[in-house]
Design a protein around this ligand. Sequence first.
Ligand code: AMP
Length: 935
Amino acid sequence: MQRDSLKAWRASSHFTGANAPYIEELYEAYLDDPGSVSEEWHSIFAELPTNGVEADVAHTKIRDYFRETALDSNRSKKTTVDPELSEKQVRVLQMINAYRFRGHQAAKLDPLGLWDREPVAELDPSHHGLTDEDLGREFNTGSYAYGGETMKLSDLVGSLAKTYCGHIGAEYMHITNTDEKRWIQQRLETVLAQPRYDAEHKQRILAGLNAAEGLEKYLGAKFPGAKRFSLEGGDAMIPMMRELIYRSGEQGAKEVVIGMAHRGRLNMLVNVLGKKPGDLFDEFAGKHDEALGSGDVKYHQGFSSDFATPGGNVHLALAFNPSHLEIVAPVVMGSVRARMDRRNCETGKLVMPITIHGDSAIAGQGVVQETLNMSQTRGFHVGGAIRVVINNQVGFTTSNPRDTRSTEYCTDIAKMLQAPVFHVNADDPEAVALVAQIAVDYRYEFGRDVFIDLICYRRHGHNEADEPNATQPLMYQKIKKHPTPRKIYADRLIEQGVMSSEEVTEQINTYREQLDHGDCVVPEWRTMSEHSVDWSPYLGHDWDADWEHKEPLEELKRLGREIAEVPPSHKLQSRVAKIYKDREAMAAGDKPLDWGMAETLAYATLLEKQYRVRITGQDSGRGTFFHRHAVLHNQDNATTYMPLRHLKEDQGPIEIHDSVLSEAAVLAFEYGYATAEPSGLTMWEAQFGDFANGAQVVIDQFLSSGEQKWGRLCGLTMLLPHGYEGQGPEHSSARLERFLQLCANHNMQVCIPTTPAQVYHMIRRQTLRPMRRPLVVMSPKSLLRHPLAVSDLEELAHGTYQNVIGEVDELDPKGVNRVVFCSGKVYFDLLDKRRREGLTNVALVRVEQLYPFPAEEMSKVLEDYQHVTDFVWCQEEPQNQGAWYCSQHHFWQAIPSGANLSYAGREASAAPAVGYPSVHNKQQQALVNAALNLN
Ligand code: AMP
């Protein structure tokens, strides 16, 4: 069959080897869509061996050529045929493709030369049926960007090997967008992936390596054995970072936000961000900022500075981060998004993120996938990120790739985004610089993520007290003898005559003297300009800070009408239409306010005063429980409309985004947003409260402790649906106990509002009070529609957030012999039962803020009950959960001395709730009866 088709083709073909672009065009059209070429060509291409090379897609440039060729009548004239040469031409094009696809597998990427890789047969011309004789022949090079239209095969092979098998291993053929692929080919192939830098540039690169090595040696000598997570082996990171920043400045960036784990962080702080070495030495010597609470180790510290580039000053912000590798990446993205929004920059061109990953961590940690998945979505995109892997080939003590991952490269996750990956040998800092420039340019050209896999090694153990030979004997024997990156490059520059050995020595000595002086060693460092947001209004304020409570009744009515207004052409789903009709009635005062209305009114009052509102979560547009409907979907054409965006011309901006199905990355993103932008409201809503445990790292490492560790304020609000409705162990509990257990030093607020008026005031308080601390809300589910959980407009206009709500029925306090404290939905069960039973001896007190505990408000409420000796805490959660263990010391303190406090609630349980509604109901009745003393 193959023979037949080829024979037939040869007999009828009127194309010669010089028509290779035409054949390539056809071939690529075939790869793109096998049905797009004639049957004759189809059978020819189908018979060609694929050589294990995946299908490429069509090349636009070649298609254009084809079109031109077709228009050019001279070209389509019949010419003499050399069928064998024509067939070889196709094979040459296949070989070019093979280098583009698989050249990286033969690239010299490992500085230690320890990689044992299978040879790639497809890179050998003979594999494509090309002979030694052919090596001397000219072939058309198709879309290959180097040289002319034709090239001698031997030259072509040589230049392909230089381009794709040198110190840069480019993986990009998985990208389906032809323009992107062509763009990368142009950048790499035209220069054979070998930059030609002038002497000044080379000296700058060496200065970076010199600084990287100089600092580590200095610290090693001055503080032997102290943990510093040395960069040594990956020294090229410093000149690479500087290159990335330079290039971003040239591209117009005004800010670069960086996230990284601890390896090389001290080096980054001193040699890129311009932290004074003297300050770092002080930290090594044990000095610390007394103003901070707990503080943190030096290799978790962030830093801010400005950096001069040819395109102007760029503000640098290194994010603080915990030891949990990779979790800082979404924090950085959130911070970038906040800065973009502040600068009204939708494309991300003014703010560039760089995240630095570990090789084992990037492959191992799921939050990487979550972050990548967010990167092009509407609510979370940042115009592309530069993602660098410091690939030292060891994860603490695990270095065998068979143990650290199931993929060829640690960066294979990049392919889910079709992001290009540039693997680069870190012992060739010029190749690293080239890759850095291409990466930034790619990000600016296409607005998408790009990866740099900086393949290096770790000269010492995981930290300086570690002994790497114990687990990596062969690797470390090699490392011991391996010259440092600075030495390798300095020798190269000396050999090239760019620098003399005296100049190299002088460079070393000068840097060491700078360290001795302790002053900034980054020549591009500049004092921070007034670029950033002013945090001072929020500093030094506490819970008692004043805020403007009131919004006049008439104004609320007007806003109520506006948020219920939808253009007639926007056809609502019938249940949604009913909710909006009800909202109209609520605005007119004809109906009591429900939760959704009060919450939406809170946003409206903030927007009206130009505050910014950002709400994300998996179902935040509609609300998991169908109560919010802030985003309305037209039933005729699926367009959306947000009444909150149409209040008035100069209102504040509002964004409500349904998020990707992630908790960790999305909550971390919002933390990053809220720590970079104090104004307005930043809110994350969990679909169900217990899903927040998927983001536990963010809650533990950032939200609850960030201010204590790093002095970074954060006003993020978390809405966590919570409540026992007989729905089973999942989705009943937002794990209140875990949040309360994290509460200390007034680090965050934990609130459980029970009425629409309360949610209205809570949201406004969080935004308007000049204090920025996280607000954790146990938000309701069934209460959203509970007939007793309603408010009227007066409560909104004249009230404020009540941390404690005393008895609301007209009970004579003298007749009360028991006071029940409770929080959340159970209050309505207690109230309902008490009313039905006609009890007048039990008073109900709602604690609407469990932390910081409102001791003053509570003592006011209890003034009337000083004679009572029987106090009860009632909760729906099992005894080992909920507020009982974490908050009872506050209740004990609040009750009169000598009085008793007892517990009414479910028994301790391993699961948060039972799975059977009948058991749930029985338990619920029992705990209500126990609280009301009805047993
Ligand atoms: P950045 O733009 O993140 O580099 O921050 C610039 C400066 O603003 C920092 O040096 C801090 O003084 C201040 N700042 C930034 N974020 C916060 C925050 N979350 N809390 C308090 N101050 C902050």
